[in-house]
Design a binder for this molecule. Structure first.
Ligand code: HH2
Length: 346
C-alpha cells in the first residue's frame, strides 16, 4: 500500500460481530470481540488531509507501522481487565461542579454518594475536589487536600471499586497515592504542575491523560483546531512520549479526548464520531461525556435532564471499543451496557 504522507492515522470502521468472517477482520486492542471490517486511512501532510476507506484485508496486507499499536492487547489497568467496558463513577467534592456542585461538598455526603455508586457496580470511583467546568477558578492546594483527603481515607478500606484521584496537582497525587488510590486522572495530562510527571512516575500508578485546550477559566472562549480529531490525537501522542521519557510506560497510560474541554459543539461531535481512531495510540481510551453541555446545546436539555444523551454517548463509545466510561449515573449506565453487550454477544 502506497502512503506518502508525513503522518498516517487509521480509524477502524464497520464493526462486525465475532462470528462474521472474523478471519480477515481487523482485531483492535487485542480483543477478539472488537473486530472491524474496514478502516478510514487518513494521511496528513502539512495542511493537507487525505482520507480513503480501505478493507481490513487490504489494510493488513499493507504492513503499515501504526497497525501494530492498534492491534496490540492492552494490559490490565489497576488490576482491571479491559476485555469489557468499565464504568468510572464521578464523585465531586466541590461547591461548583457543573452537574452536582455543592451536593457532595460535605465529606459525609461525598462518602455516601461514593458508597452508592460502588454498590451500583462502579469499577472505579473518581474523586475530585477542583471543578474544571468552563469558567471555574483554581482551588488552592490546602483547600483541595482538605476536601478530598478525608473522603479518600474513609473510602479506601470500604469500597470494592478502585479509587481514582481527579487532580492537576502533584502534591494531591502524592498524598492520594499514599492513601490508597489506584489511578491518577489529570485533565491537564500532567502539564499543569511542573512536578506532576515525576510524582506520577514515582507513584507507579496508571494515569489518565486527558486533552484540554486552554485553562478551565478561558477554554470555551474561542477554541480552534486545524482538524480537531487529528490535533487531539497528535497532542495525546506527544504527551505519551513525554510520560515515557519521564519513566511512565505506555502500558500504564489511558487516553481521553476531553469532551467539553476547549471544544465547540462541532468539535465534541467530531471527536465522539471518531473515537476508534484513538486506539492507534496503543492505550485504553476513557470517555467523559456524562451530562455535559454539548448534550444541552444539541437538545436544549438542562443539566438534570441529560441522562438519555449521556447513555447514547456511552453506547456510541463502547461500540467503538472505548474501554472506560466516566459517568455520574452508574446503575443506569450499567443497565444500558448490559443490554448492548448482551445483544452484541448474542
Ligand atoms: N470531565 C470532568 C472532570 N474530569 N476527567 C476525565 N478524564 N475526563 C473527563 O471528561 C472529565 C474529567 C468534568 O466533569 P465533572 O467532574 O462532572 O465536573 P466538574 O469538573 O465541574 O467538577
Amino acid at each position: 500500500m502506497k502512503v506518502a504522507a508525513e503522518r498516517l492515522y487509521i480509524r477502524p470502521i464497520a464493526r462486525v460481530a465475532p462470528a462474521a468472517g472474523a478471519g480477515s477482520a481487523l482485531v483492535v486492542a487485542g480483543r477478539n470481540d472488537l473486530l472491524f471490517a474496514a478502516a478510514e486511512l487518513i494521511e496528513r501532510g502539512g495542511a493537507e488531509v487525505r482520507r480513503r476507506v480501505v478493507s481490513a484485508a487490504e489494510l493488513q496486507a499493507g504492513g503499515l507501522a501504526p497497525l501494530e499499536r492498534l492491534r496490540q492487547r492492552r494490559e490490565a489497568i489497576a488490576g482491571l481487565a479491559l476485555d469489557r467496558p468499565l464504568v468510572m463513577g464521578v464523585v465531586n467534592v466541590t461547591p461548583d461542579s457543573f452537574s452536582d456542585g455543592g451536593r457532595y461538598l460535605a465529606p459525609d455526603a461525598a462518602i455516601s454518594q461514593a458508597l452508592r455508586l460502588d454498590a451500583e457496580g462502579a469499577d472505579i470511583l473518581d474523586i475530585g475536589a477542583e471543578s474544571t467546568r468552563p469558567g471555574a477558578g483554581p482551588v488552592d492546594l490546602e483547600e483541595e487536600l482538605r476536601r478530598v483527603m478525608p473522603v479518600i481515607e474513609a473510602l479506601a478500606p470500604r469500597v470494592r471499586a478502585r479509587l481514582s484521584i481527579d487532580t492537576r496537582k502533584a502534591e494531591v497525587m502524592r498524598r492520594a497515592a499514599r492513601a490508597g488510590v489506584a489511578l491518577i486522572n489529570d485533565v491537564s495530562a500532567l502539564t499543569h504542575d511542573a512536578d506532576a510527571l515525576q510524582i506520577a512516575a514515582g507513584s507507579g500508578l496508571p494515569v489518565v491523560l486527558m486533552h484540554a485546550q486552554g485553562d478551565p477559566r478561558t477554554m470555551q472562549d474561542d477554541p480552534r483546531y486545524e482538524d480537531v480529531v487529528l490535533d487531539v490525537y497528535d497532542w495525546l501522542g506527544a504527551r505519551i512520549e513525554a510520560c515515557e521519557q519521564a519513566g511512565i510506560p505506555r502500558s500504564r497510560l489511558i487516553v481521553d479526548p476531553g469532551i467539553g474541554f476547549g471544544k465547540t459543539l462541532a468539535h465534541n461531535l467530531a471527536l465522539l464520531g471518531a473515537l476508534s481512531l484513538f486506539h492507534g495510540l496503543g492505550c485504553p481510551i476513557l470517555l467523559g461525556a456524562s451530562r455535559k453541555s454539548f448534550i444541552g446545546k444539541l437538545t436544549g436539555a438542562g443539566v438534570d435532564d441529560r441522562l438519555p444523551g449521556s447513555l447514547a454517548a456511552a453506547l456510541l463509545a463502547v461500540a467503538q471499543g472505548v474501554q472506560i466510561l466516566r459517568v455520574h449515573d452508574v446503575a443506569v449506565t450499567r443497565q444500558a451496557l448490559a443490554v448492548w453487550e448482551g445483544a452484541q454477544g448474542g
